[in-house]
Ligand binder design. Structure first.
Ligand SMILES: Cc1cc2nc3c(=O)[nH]c(=O)nc-3n(C[C@H](O)[C@H](O)[C@H](O)COP(=O)(O)O)c2cc1C
Length: 259
């Protein structure tokens, strides 16, 4: 059966998920303890390999990115589990790369559950991806023990903007049944067009002032009228962090060894 182009079933959960859009402007109104607790508890019910995460919370809106009333820092946490192992007379022997993979999976599932629960309660949110490069600084701020690694941050609060949902790749470029296909030129063009036209229609990069600067003397050829997602994402992964040194250093400062 070809799932591409099939009609979708809709219920409240699916609608909430399809309604997702990152929010970068927030009302000052702080969510109640009950709302915050509900979001975190719903996050916790995500499937897990070993609950290898902890969530830090800052309600200091004035200092949070986007002045969001809530800033969650999602951490991979092996420390907590190692305390349980010690109680039972065990030592962690699993290598840190494996632990990190499982921890990132656990933490990501929890975080996305929080996003969906938040949305269902009227909250908007936006991930911030650079915590991993500021792990040592964040660790000092929150007095983290070793073996706790800040992975990603999640700003959350009541939205003060209501942008449209952002585009995604076509299903034909996402779901491959039984075998991975040869990607034809047409498929690639359709995927790029769907993304680029979708973001351009929203004037997304101009509104978010999010153009990535070209490095190493490359000449700028794109204004906000033509700069869109595929160019943006190429500039990210075509320029940033060619070496793993900095990330490995941050991990080592937090007590994780990747060799
Ligand atoms: C791991 C991760 C890191 C992200 N980092 C940032 C960030 O640093 N700044 C930002 O404005 N948005 C960030 N985002 C949000 C993405 O830009 C956004 O999810 C993407 O453009 C799709 O848009 P949508 O969430 O509105 O559908 C991040 C999202 C993820 C999942």
């Amino acid at each position: 059966m070809n799932l591409v182009g099939t009609r979708m079933q809709r219920n409240q959960v699916v609608r909430t998920m399809l309604d997702h859009r990152s929010v970068r402007k927030y009302l000052r109104k702080a969510p109640s303890d009950e709302v915050v607790g509900t979001v975190v508890r719903a996050g916790q019910q995500a499937p897990f390999a070993s609950q290898m995460y902890s969530i830090l919370l800052s309600r200091k809106a004035a200092r949070n990115p986007f002045r969001a009333p809530l800033l969650f820092t999602i951490c991979v946490d092996s420390h907590k589990f190692e305390t349980i192992m010690a109680r039972r007379g065990w030592k962690m022997v699993t290598n840190d790369l494996t632990l990190l993979f499982f921890g990132i999976e656990d933490a990501s599932l929890m975080a996305e559950n929080m996003v969906v629960a938040g949305r269902s309660l009227g909250l908007g949110s936006c991930f911030l991806g650079f915590a991993m490069y500021q792990a040592d600084k964040i660790a000092k701020q929150y007095e983290l023990p070793k073996r706790v690694f800040p992975l990603v941050q999640l700003a959350m609060g009541y939205p003060a903007e209501d942008p449209p949902p952002r585009p995604r790749y076509p299903m034909e470029f996402t779901l491959f049944e039984d075998r991975y296909p040869e990607l034809s030129d047409d498929m690639i063009t359709r995927a790029m067009d769907q993304m680029d036209e979708g973001y351009l229609a929203q004037d997304y990069y101009r509104k978010n002032k999010a153009k990535i600067r070209l490095e190493r003397g490359r000449k700028e050829a794109y204004g906000y009228g033509s700069y869109s997602w595929t160019e943006h994402i190429c500039r990210k992964w075509g320029q940033w962090h060619p070496r793993s040194t900095e990330l490995v250093k941050q991990l080592e400062l937090r007590g994780f060894k990747i060799s």
